[in-house]
Design a protein around this ligand. Structure first.
Ligand code: GLC
Length: 412
């Protein structure tokens, strides 16, 4: 480990700590984001396990009666962010958005618990039923042929990925009205989604609000549903971890084991033979997203091994200096600076690295980790990075980049 970088990473976590929860970065993202927060908890657990549990427990205070855990919790109003609680119009226990985000929670809860099982017991006893409710909600309302779909690009956590382009193009954002974006006041517009995309994002939020965020009503005539390798592999992995935690606290495991089997079959419906990779699939109209992305490489993390994916990984890594680009550097839509259309995310590298190592691909795992470590050593704790030269992009002093440094990239 490197002392100065460890201290810098801890200072970022402390700086973004709002008391019980951590914001991804000041300014651009002033609230609690679901998966960011679970990476933060893992980062905290390397030096302050009680604070890690606090982060997790705060996220679950926002869980809806349906089991859904929202993608953003708006604990305290902040005018610097759009769309805020007034636009979403949700009535969960904590003001929130109306969609979810990648369910990495069970996996990181298990990692935190393993560091001090005694201290964590009361937490997992409380959290296992909550996690099971959340996973059950995914299985009931977000699966198509066993693959997990999203109902809004933001639900995937890969907001602006090319995966959604075809399905987004079918939406006519009629009546979306005037609104004032805030993201481009914090970050250069060339790194953020376009106005065409933003109109559709907001149109989908307005539709959810009109339907009272009722899952059954939203499922009627859905305008956007894309089955995503990222969500599918992440839930698959989380579900394996949930089963282990459930066994530990004497919670029934049969239902959870069934979900794993359904998701394993579902993952195979995302295999795009022509492209030779796991790809996103339009669950309403059919057709592929035609995207080899860093989410395709989460297969190992989900426990699914496939030799073709190792070959794809070697190719993609040979094109970028610092790890796994978010979109194929040889692909037609590659853009090294724009949000999820090329840049590298340290957290995605981390999940890919953990998966590779779990499947016994140690050499590739070491390579992903070494390039991520070099990226942070050379270019700091940015939100994401240009894969060609490592230039930092998006927000700075970013919580999840600091967290994965402490828990993974900065460790042997
Ligand atoms: C962006 C990312 C999303 C993340 C959020 C906060 O919206 O696409 O994955 O959770 O920022 O960091």
């Amino acid at each position: 480990m490197s002392e100065p970088l460890d201290s810098a990473a801890k200072a970022i976590l402390h700086g973004n700590d709002k008391g019980g929860y951590t914001v991804p970065t000041a300014g651009l993202y002033p609230y609690q984001w679901n998966w960011d927060s679970m990476f933060a908890a893992w980062g905290f657990s390397t030096f302050d396990i009680p604070r890690a549990w606090e982060e997790v427990e705060t996220l679950f205070t926002g869980q809806w009666p349906s089991g859904m855990v929202p993608h953003i919790l708006f604990h305290r109003p902040d005018p610097g962010y759009f769309p805020g609680p007034d636009v979403w119009g949700c009535d969960g226990p904590v003001p929130s958005s109306g969609i979810s985000q990648p369910p990495v929670a069970a996996t990181f809860i298990r990692k935190i618990w393993e560091q001090d099982p005694e201290a964590g017991r009361a937490h997992i006893e409380r959290l296992v039923p909550q996690l099971a409710d959340w996973h059950r909600w995914f299985m009931a309302w977000r699966t198509d042929r066993g693959a997990v779909f999203i109902t809004h690009p933001w639900e995937a956590g890969r907001d602006n990925a090319p995966d959604w382009d075809n399905a987004m193009a079918r939406i006519d954002p009629v009546g979306v009205g005037e609104y004032q974006r805030r993201d481009t006041a914090h970050v250069d517009a060339s790194m953020r989604p376009t106005k065409e995309d933003y109109d559709r994002y907001i149109w989908l939020v307005q539709r959810g609000r009109r339907l009272g965020w009722d899952d059954a009503k939203m499922a009627e005539d859905p305008p956007f549903r894309v089955a995503d390798p990222g969500m599918t592999f992440i839930l698959l992995r989380a579900n394996r971890d949930l089963e282990a935690l459930a066994a530990e606290v004497g919670h029934p495991t049969d239902e959870i084991a069934d979900w794993t089997r359904v998701l394993e079959d579902g993952a195979e419906t995302l295999w795009n033979e022509e492209l030779g990779c796991y790809d996103s699939r339009d669950a309403v109209h059919g057709g592929w997203g035609e995207s080899l992305s860093n989410a395709s490489f989460l297969c190992w993390y989900g426990g699914v091994d496939r030799p073709e994916m190792l070959r794809q990984l070697d190719r993609v890594m040979s094109k970028a200096r610092y790890g796994v680009a978010s979109y194929d550097p040889d692909g037609a839509k590659f853009d090294s600076k724009r949000y999820w259309r090329g840049p590298i995310w340290g957290i995605m590298n981390t999940l890919i690295g953990l998966g590779l190592s779990q499947c016994g691909h140690e050499e590739q795992a070491r390579r992903v980790k070494a390039t991520t470590r070099a990226l942070i050593e050379d270019h700091g704790f940015a939100e994401y990075f240009d894969p060609l030269n490592g230039a930092p992009a998006g927000g700075g002093r970013f919580t999840w980049t600091a967290a994965i440094w402490l828990a993974w990239a900065g460790r042997e």
